[in-house]
Ligand binder design. Structure first.
Ligand code: SF4
Length: 430
């Protein structure tokens, strides 16, 4: 069994929605069988049972298509997967191991939010072979967490981190976020030092993007100015505003740039190597699953809205919760009483067969996100044509401008990473 692939599993539920979030996730109170979770991890409310059953059903239905594949990374993301109750996490992973061939050395990650973890959950994770935990801290400053609408304080995170270590997790990522309303270069440095001081194996540091359709978009617009008026925001948002410090302003572009540079400098001093634009790891702890996306490894997404890429076809599952649950409603699909699944195609949307041109473009702009860039030899082996022949003019221009190194591998310089979108645009046709 030589063909390897990854699996992504989407859990689209959270305790409540954060003000900046445009991920596919719903507050648990909105989804029928769930009620709001208690942010100490002890809640009796987990993920809606119907959703879990649909997910298990989808796994059983899809598994036959991947019988010749070995799964070497699994990533359970969300949403807040740590909302799964211990018995639900157990059922989910029983389903995975029954449906797929999982390599004995697979990297198995689950995302967790502070305030939703407990000793019992962490012990089940370990028993189920989960060996990597990714915790969404975002900021070590309680005021900034309140602005974001997060459910937790820094002390909740600290307790969960310590609990995870005590339960035997030796591969932990901390997610951080810069460019927050009211954030200063100093407060970002404080967050960086505090997170790195805990000595996790991996740190992801993304910049906040104000996405259309979110409460933050209404408040901050695209230019960083607060555009929402108090009488236009919901009661929940007004609550959120209490406790905000200078929440009317996003950091200037200059301050954001400074934060990005400081991130690398500080984390390097703590022994982390940048290996992708927003990701840093201690040696040997780079996230294998995410690297898979950047090197175009094949993966299958399970769950609501989950994306897949296999045999150079990309697709997404439906993002319609009702449609997803109706189509994979926990019945066995055998044609017996109650069997409703029409075909796997009903769940799949936005099916796109990639042309050779699109495959080559993806190889360049995804590969260039990584510090190691793209190997010229491997590119030619894959596509039968050299990077030089295809992109020679752009390569020369970018290296003259000091944005790219054009050697055996093609990769971004530090300045190139600052202007990554500009550099990558040159590898897209038209
Ligand atoms: S916890 Fe994450 S997925 Fe859930 S609402 Fe907040 S940002 Fe979105």
């Amino acid at each position: 069994m030589s063909r390897r692939m990854s699996i992504y599993i989407h859990i689209p539920f959270c305790v409540k929605k954060c003000g900046y979030c445009d991920f596919l996730s719903f507050p648990v109170g909105d989804c029928g069988s769930g009620t709001a979770a208690v942010p100490d991890g002890s809640s009796k409310c987990g993920v809606p049972e119907e959703y879990l059953q649909s997910l298990l059903c989808e796994m059983r239905q899809e598994s036959g298509d991947y019988a010749d594949r070995e799964v070497d990374t699994i990533f359970v993301g969300g949403g807040t997967p740590s909302l799964l109750l211990p018995r639900q996490a157990e059922a989910l992973f029983d389903g995975v191991y029954q449906s797929f061939h999982v390599a004995s050395d697979a990297e198995v990650t689950i995302e967790a939010n502070p305030g939703t973890l407990s000793k019992e959950k962490l012990e089940i994770y370990r028993q189920m072979g989960i060996n990597r935990l990714s915790i969404g801290l975002q900021s070590a400053d309680d005021g900034e967490l309140a602005v974001l609408g997060r459910i937790h304080r820094f002390s909740d995170f600290e307790k969960n981190f310590e609990l995870a270590r005590n339960c035997g997790f030796h591969n932990i990522n901390i997610d951080l976020m810069s460019g927050l309303p009211g954030q200063t270069v100093e407060s970002w440095l404080y967050t960086l030092h505090t997170a790195a001081g805990l000595d996790p194996e991996h740190i992801s540091a993304y910049g906040l993007i104000i996405e259309e359709g979110t409460p933050f978009y209404q408040r901050y617009g695209t230019d960083g100015a607060a555009v929402g008026k108090d009488n236009e925001v919901s009661a929940e948002e007004q609550d959120q505003k209490k406790g905000e410090k200078d929440c009317g302003k996003l950091p200037s572009e200059e301050a954001e740039r400074q934060m990005y540079h400081d991130t690398r400098d500080v984390l390097e001093r703590f022994g982390y190597q940048q290996y992708e634009i927003s990701n840093y790891a201690k040696r040997g702890y780079e996230c294998r699953h995410n690297i898979g996306y950047w090197v175009r490894k094949e993966y299958v997404g399970l769950g609501l809205g989950a994306a897949s890429m296999l045999n150079n076809i990309r697709w997404k599952n439906t993002s319609d919760l009702k449609k997803y649950m109706n189509n994979t409603d926990g019945r066995d699909g055998s044609g017996g009483k109650g069997a409703v699944r029409e075909s796997a195609g009903v769940l799949k949307e936005e099916v796109q067969t990639l042309t050779l041109q699109e495959q080559m473009e993806e190889t360049m702009f995804l590969g260039l996100r990584m510090n190691q860039g793209v190997s010229k030899v491997e590119f030619e082996k894959l596509y039968g044509i050299g990077i030089e022949q295809l992109y020679g003019i752009w390569l020369r221009r970018m290296s003259t401008e000091g944005l790219l190194i054009d050697g055996e591998r093609v990769y971004l310089t530090e300045r190139g990473r600052d202007l990554a979108n500009y550099v990558m645009a040159g590898f897209l046709a038209g």
